[in-house]
Design a protein around this ligand. Sequence first.
Ligand code: PLP
Ligand code: ZN
Length: 412
Amino acid sequence: MSFVTGLSCRECGRRYPNQPIAGCEDCFAPLKVEYDYDAIGRVLTRESIESRDASIWRYRELLPIDDDPRVGLATGFTPLIRADRLAEAIGLKELYLKNDSVNFPTLSFKDRVTAIAVNKALEFGLSAVGCASTGNLANSVAANAAAAGLPAWILIPDNLEAAKVGATSVYGSNVVAVRGNYDDVNRLCSQIADRYGWGFVNVNLRPYYGDGSKSFGYEIAEQLGWRAPDAVVVPMAGGSLITKIMLGLQEFERLGLLEDPVDTRMFGAQAAGCNPISAAVKRSSRDIRPVKPDTIAKSLAIGSPADGYYATGVILDSGGWAEDVADSEIVENIQLLAETEGVFTETAGGVALGVTRKLIAEGRIGPDERTVIAITGNGLKTQDALTLEPPQTIDPRLTAFDAAVGALGLTA
Ligand SMILES: *Cc1c(COP(=O)(O)O)cnc(C)c1O
Ligand SMILES: [Zn+2]
């Protein structure tokens, strides 16, 4: 049973039946999935949601697949961690981490979008799936395609972290490194999708794929006791996730699932070395000027963001803001998060925390605001970004250990 009534153009409103399609044939704008909210409201309640599995599929009526899901069954419902030690360190009273660094199966928020796209590819009977990726999407498409028994074609820029490349190839997918940046890779994928008729998750399956990210917003609200937070800080690459978190909160309000109306301000986070969306917000503009990425935050290195126009809209309309941080701050904040909360995030998480601190310093997020930081990826994949002290090496004798402890000024 599906509550999807088709697709519509985000600009001209033209309607389309369900199909793999990249954008509007008339005006080339992106498409969105349309739902029958009245029908959903008759079946979806807090009780029905709470009675289901701890995964994205507990919000099944609000996700765009027709049949029962066949892959990604354990994806989502990641922990929302109350972060009191970090809150104290950065000057907030009530801070939470939405921790998608432990998402299933590939340790990033991309497992949410891929779960939808690969099931959709199965429903459409497509012969293969693929993606243009900055790394995490590659991991997730490769894993879910393997589980679905579909061949996968994964195109990546040729400068990605070794851990992200290895964690793609291992699933037996066809990995192609392209001499160029993400924007070059993405353009090539559009041409391949047209020629071969495969399902590229972020090209011709994009309208469905994007809606997987709504679950990030649903979960935050449910885990806060059916309340929307005051502020959410979200790392941005193409700019889709931040818009879908807001859409998820608004859908919950519309369905009467929340205690209070949504009054959430959305804050975007980028690296200074790739900041086309935050730069537009700082000009109070929705007009994105593309950049050439140069940052260690490779998962966010999209110079020409597909949803930049909509991301700036959500940020400015909600009364939020956006900031960007230098690579050195990214590293510093990966460490701060690890040392205060025991959460090891990738570079995108360092961006999100660094930007949160900047927004607090600027007075844009107040100390009393209930704030959620989106931790979207796992630190094990970007260890190259850190230079950590090697462990001290000792002989296997107690006196040697005593000497090591003594060097720190401690005694037994
Ligand atoms: C892709 C990605 C993002 C940003 O997602 P968009 O929807 O493209 O803005 C954030 N964090 C991580 C770790 C990602 O891989
Ligand atoms: Zn159109």
